[in-house]
Ligand binder design. Structure first.
Ligand SMILES: Nc1ncnc2c1ncn2[C@@H]1O[C@H](COP(=O)(O)OP(=O)(O)OP(=O)(O)O)[C@@H](O)[C@H]1O
Length: 606
């Protein structure tokens, strides 16, 4: 019972928080919608009442033998037609209005979602699978859930007004008639609400299954995996996986839906008995001449409207439960605390950095508790190029994530000229960094925009853009397109698709437009490039890195010889630190890695 109360309070709170949100999204449309809804709520009762008057007028004329008074009949008929006309005329406008409202509402809520996501300075939320699942669900449903909620509210409002007015018509017949109808129907509402909530929660709990189903569908239907699916004949494998996820989700839903149907239909018997009794009572009163024929008609029509509106009320109430839970999740997301404490405005960042960037006894655990870096200590000196090497999973990218504050160390600290990185303003710190990441973005934007994402000022400064295009060795590529820098890229919107290496060069150009950066991070910047492009690019990088502190992560050891220093990571530990020659003389891990590659590619140690 206590649980139910808490749940109900949460529900009401979310409902009351949703209302201003809907209002702010489109105040004009909302005002109009509320007015029209109220009007529509009255119309059925008006036509029922007029029908009663018409029937009574005609019956009186017939039974008394007097002539039908057309001066009374015409206004009644006109009123009845007017109510019907108004109802028919209003519907398309309400439909159009709801369409406009939907656009505004979806945009409003999507922007709030994006805005909140933009305030997460680190990656922890995006790499926490439960949080990510919930966020995906919010994003997928944003185009219809808030609108459904609005429609539910509108329908509820309209049904409620109609019910009240219809009750007003029934009470003069006997005050207990609406009471009997309502009492017989209330258990149905309660049971439906309970199951509605249970169904939604089951859907929510099963959202990983639902997401799996979507994932398997997208694996089968998108081009990303088309090659492997065909080559390895994986179609049946993924469809089988889809079926397993579907069955697990469907089983729990089928069970609940069955129970809901059983209880709803059983309780419908109760409400039918109540209605039947009231009907019998009205008819026998009419037989005795206590009620006019118009009153019997009024009862029958009112009952139909009452029943229909009650059903609509229940259906919308149930839908509302589902949609309000969406809003609850949405508000939970909006209220979720910012995971990383930000220092605003923070200490002034030394420009240029004078002494060093120092890792001091840094440990780092991912949110899933995996220890990825253990007791790391080293210093980077301004202007140095430091290469980080090590096997897959050694912790190289994690180290870069800490330096960019996509995560903070779990213990230990990173100091810039002796000041803890956490004490700087995060945005200003990130402005000091240019980088090419392993999983850089392929944006469905124009070529110009794809490069200028590294520094949006480049959109207005063609010289910066050209400089980056030249340095990233893509002059020929750009000039080959008739629309040059304005060529749209990416298949999503029908743009040109580039090869893996060409995309990588664009990502590199993105680092070149960030001319002011003091720190350059290159995480496998040339993995997709052919050997000639790679060696050309390293020569260009040397130019770019002049005066900057550079971290280069690569598995191609031939490229790390140019580095001033090489750090070797293994299982999250920093195990070697020195120049290429020093490390070769040490005959440790680096030498082992080097020998493997030297044999493979026939490179010399110089
Ligand atoms: N988001 C994450 N959540 C949990 N563990 C992670 C996450 N990202 C990486 N790890 C784990 O942290 C360890 C270090 O990963 P990292 O990506 O830093 O390695 P890496 O040296 O860059 O490897 P590679 O050469 O394959 O790119 C690995 O064991 C990896 O499984």
């Amino acid at each position: 019972m206590n649980d139910l109360r808490v749940w109900f309070e949460d529900y009401i709170r979310a409902l009351f928080r949703s209302l201003p949100l809907l209002w702010t999204a489109a105040p004009k449309e909302m005002t109009f919608l509320v007015a029209v809804t109220l009007l529509q709520g009255f119309l059925p009762a008006i036509s029922v009442w007029i029908t009663k008057l018409v029937v009574d007028t005609v019956t009186t004329a017939l039974t008394s033998g007097r002539e039908l008074s057309y001066s009374i009949l015409w206004p009644l008929v006109a009123g009845w037609v007017g109510a019907l006309l108004l109802e028919t005329l209003l519907s398309p406008w309400v439909f159009a209005l709801q369409g406009n409202l939907n656009d505004k509402l979806t945009a409003h809520i999507s922007l709030l979602l994006m805005h909140k996501a933009d305030t997460f300075p680190d990656l922890s939320r995006f790499e926490d699978s439960q949080f990510y699942d919930e966020l995906q669900l919010l994003q997928e449903q944003v185009s219809y859930k808030p609108l459904n909620l609005l429609e539910n509210l509108v329908e509820l409002g309209r049904s409620f007004v109609t019910l009240i007015v219809i009750i007003g018509l029934l009470v003069p017949l006997a005050f207990w008639i609406p009471l009997v109808i309502a009492i017989a129907t209330i258990p149905q509402i309660v049971v439906s609400s309970q199951y509605g909530k249970a169904i939604w929660l089951t859907l929510f709990e099963n959202s990983p299954q639902a997401r799996r189903m979507e994932y398997y569908t997208s694996v089968m239907l998108t081009d990303t995996y088309a090659k492997e699916i065909r080559l390895f004949q994986l179609g049946s494998f993924f469809m089988q996986r889809y079926l397993i996820a579907f069955q697990s989700l469907h089983q729990s839903m089928r069970h609940l839906r069955g129970k809901q149907a059983f209880w709803s239909s059983s309780l419908a018997i109760l409400s039918t008995l109540g209605n039947g009794f009231s009907f019998y009572w009205v008819v026998q009163k009419a037989f005795r001449g206590e009620f006019s024929p118009g009153s019997v008609l009024l009862f029958v029509q009112s009952l139909t409207y009452f029943q229909n509106n009650l059903e609509r009320l229940i259906a919308n109430w149930l839908d509302l439960l589902e949609n309000i839970l969406y809003m609850q999740q949405f508000f939970n997301f909006l209220d979720s605390p910012i995971p990383m404490p930000l220092s605003i405005p923070g200490e002034k960042i030394p420009t240029p950095i004078r002494s060093s960037i120092t890792f001091e006894k840094v440990d780092f655990r991912y949110p899933d508790n995996r220890l990825a870096l253990k007791n790391i200590s080293f210093s980077l000196y301004p202007g140095q190029t430091v290469a980080i090497v090590g096997e897959n999973g050694a912790g190289k990218t994690t180290l870069v994530k800490l330096l960019t504050r996509l995560y903070d160390p779990t213990t230990g600290s990173i100091l810039v000229d002796g000041i803890d990185l956490r004490n700087f303003n995060l945005e200003q710190w990130r402005q000091q960094i240019a980088g090419v990441f392993q999983d850089f973005g392929h944006y469905a934007l124009t070529l110009r925009e794809n490069i200028a994402l590294g520094n949006l000022a480049a959109l207005e400064h063609p010289d910066i853009l050209r400089y980056a295009i030249e340095k990233a060795d893509i002059v020929k590529l750009v000039d080959h397109f008739p629309t040059k820098e304005d060529t749209p890229l990416g298949k999503q919107f029908g743009g040109t698709e580039l090869s893996g290496g060409q995309w990588q060069k664009l990502a590199i150009a993105r680092a070149f437009v960030r001319q002011e950066a003091q720190l350059l991070l290159l995480d496998e910047p040339t993995a997709a490039l052919d050997p000639r492009s790679e060696s050309d690019l390293y020569l260009r990088f040397i130019e770019l890195t002049e005066g900057k502190t550079t971290i280069l992560i690569t598995h191609r050891l031939a490229s790390v010889r140019m580095a001033d220093r090489i750090l070797v990571l293994k299982d999250g530990h920093l195990i070697e630190d020195g120049t290429h020659q020093e490390l070769l003389q040490r005959r440790g891990e680096y030498t082992a890695l080097w020998n493997i590659q030297a044999q493979q590619y026939g490179i010399s140690a110089q």
